[in-house]
Design a protein around this ligand. Structure first.
Ligand code: ADP
Length: 476
């Protein structure tokens, strides 16, 4: 089974968010399922140098007005097809924007990527490789399934994965020609979206299958509170919609083998206490008699940071502590900095992005708080499970699918792996933090909960099999 994956980012070459982690993990985890996956990416500045030795496997003298060369290389075991198209990808800022905002021609930049992917999927590459499936990610890849449908698919089936419905590739209706869409794409069942074009919408309408990154988010996407205007289109495809959770890279996230921490395991938890003490010292905190909570996140409305700020005073008064790492909206950065100034011995805050510190936090924390208003999958609650850092989560999206909330029944059955709250507001979060403090106070019960959390399955085995089964069902 051969699969061409097309996306705007992938580790280890280019990353701005969780999308890159998933796109970069899939080729490796799918190998044992007999799937040979290649990843097509734009050749942003410097990307070809990172990729190392490359060979040209396809070219187009006029791809959206420039000479395109598709360069094959291998990095970290991933076969990458980098689309070298300087007039669209050689920009001085990031992959999507510079200091002046989004690039004006982003729709065409990623239409070119999608066009190349559809063409290569249909015709194959010069080295004799032709996929059975084209797997596109988010709005940047979502025209590829549409091009296959409009201009011939050569027997290739398509899958489109939604990582976050907030980004929909919306642009003016006058760009139909420049996006190489046929006139009949201008229809409410295809690309037309309230007088504009949505590249995500036409992909959702025409892909053979749609996936998103958790079963609960798949259900939520069909409702107006979460679908962000596309709920009707998604509901019309319910029979072809699949929720497949992301996994955690166990090579990077395992407390037994993490070089950034004092190692520990469910059987030997002593190391966790050493990590807690080190974290308290690193942030200059005093004694924290209650649970030491952590939070690692973009600081945005989606992530519910304002809810935590509201719930914090009661939690601190009850003996809790907090270490927070993140960056984002200025008013939220200010709110968390104010908390650190108010309780310098109980609250530590680092504004920025720091992967090594995040490992030390997961090792040293007692609980990780994830109060997201919506969360397609979420990764930090899964790191929390792996590290015995009990997740306290809003009951939404992937948080709902990965954490079994503590109730009298789930605790009695030794099934609980965390604490879950609903509705998603500051009062319910406060209640969850009171429950956390109470559970933490029962030492024997707490240790059972930590060990049960560490036993939760959050690796890639199950998701990899689900993707492979989906590919097989499409080609059967
Ligand atoms: P999203 O993709 O919506 O930001 P996820 O939970 O799916 O949320 O993924 C976020 C990833 O980025 C996680 O791996 C998380 O640990 C990491 N991360 C977020 N903020 C920081 C930060 N400030 N420092 C280090 N890692 C971070």
């Amino acid at each position: 089974m051969r699969v061409l994956s097309v996306a705007s980012e992938s580790v280890p070459l280019i990353k701005t968010g969780g999308l890159a982690d998933v796109v970069g993990a899939l080729p490796g985890v799918l190998k044992s399922e007999g799937v040979d996956m290649r990843v097509m990416l734009p050749a942003y500045p410097g990307l070809l140098d990172k990729l190392g030795p490359v060979e040209e496997v396809w070219a187009d003298w006029n791809l959206f007005g420039g000479h395109a060369r598709l360069m094959k290389g291998i990095i970290a075991g991933i076969t990458v097809l980098a689309l070298d198209l300087p007039h669209l990808y050689h920009r001085t800022g990031g992959p999507y924007a510079d200091a002046n905002g989004d690039y004006w021609d982003n729709p065409e930049r990623f239409a070119a990527l999608s066009w190349a992917a559809a063409t290569v999927a249909r015709d194959g590459t010069g080295d004799g490789w032709k996929p059975d499936i084209l797997h596109a990610h988010d709005w940047q890849g979502s025209l590829a399934p549409a091009y296959l449908r409009y201009y011939g698919d050569g027997g290739v089936k398509s899958v489109l994965t939604i990582h976050n419905i907030a980004f929909q590739g919306v642009t003016g209706g006058d760009r139909l020609d420049s996006l190489r869409l046929p006139w009949h794409a201008w229809h409410p069942d295809h690309a037309e979206y309230h007088g504009n074009i949505s590249t995500l919408k036409v992909g959702l309408a025409l892909a053979d299958a749609i996936t998103t990154v958790s079963p609960t988010y798949a259900e939520e996407l069909m409702r107006p509170e979460f679908g962000m205007g596309l709920e009707g289109v998604i509901a019309s495809r319910a029979a072809d919609l699949h929720g497949i959770l992301n996994g955690v890279e166990e090579g990077t996230w395992s407390p037994e083998a993490d070089p950034a921490i004092t190692p520990y395991s469910a059987a030997k938890l002593a190391g966790k206490a050493a990590n807690r003490a080190a974290l308290i010292e690193e942030f200059g905190l005093g004694e924290v008699p209650g649970p030491l909570a952590i939070l690692v996140s973009r600081l945005t409305w989606q992530k519910g940071i304002d809810l935590l700020a509201d719930a914090l005073p009661d939690f601190i008064a009850a003996g809790g502590g907090l270490v927070l790492l993140g960056s984002g909206e200025p008013h939220l950065e200010n709110a968390v900095k104010a908390a650190a100034a108010r309780w310098p011995k109980r609250v530590g805050v680092r504004i920025g992005y720091d992967e090594a510190l995040s490992h030390r936090m997961f090792a040293g924390g007692d609980a990780v708080i994830v109060p997201s208003r919506f969360e397609p999958c979420g990764l930090t609650q899964m790191y929390g499970l792996k590290y015995g850092t009990v997740p306290v989560v809003a009951a939404t999206g992937g948080l709902n699918d990965t954490v079994i909330g503590a109730t009298p029944a789930s605790l009695a059955a030794n099934a609980a792996t965390g604490i879950s709250f609903h509705p998603i507001d500051a009062i319910a979060l406060s209640g969850a933090l009171r429950q956390l403090t109470a559970l933490y106070g029962d030492r024997a019960g707490w240790s059972r909960l930590v060990k049960r959390a560490m036993g939760a399955e959050v690796g890639w085995d199950r998701p990899a099999k689900a993707y492979a089964d989906l590919y097989r069902s499409l080609t059967a």
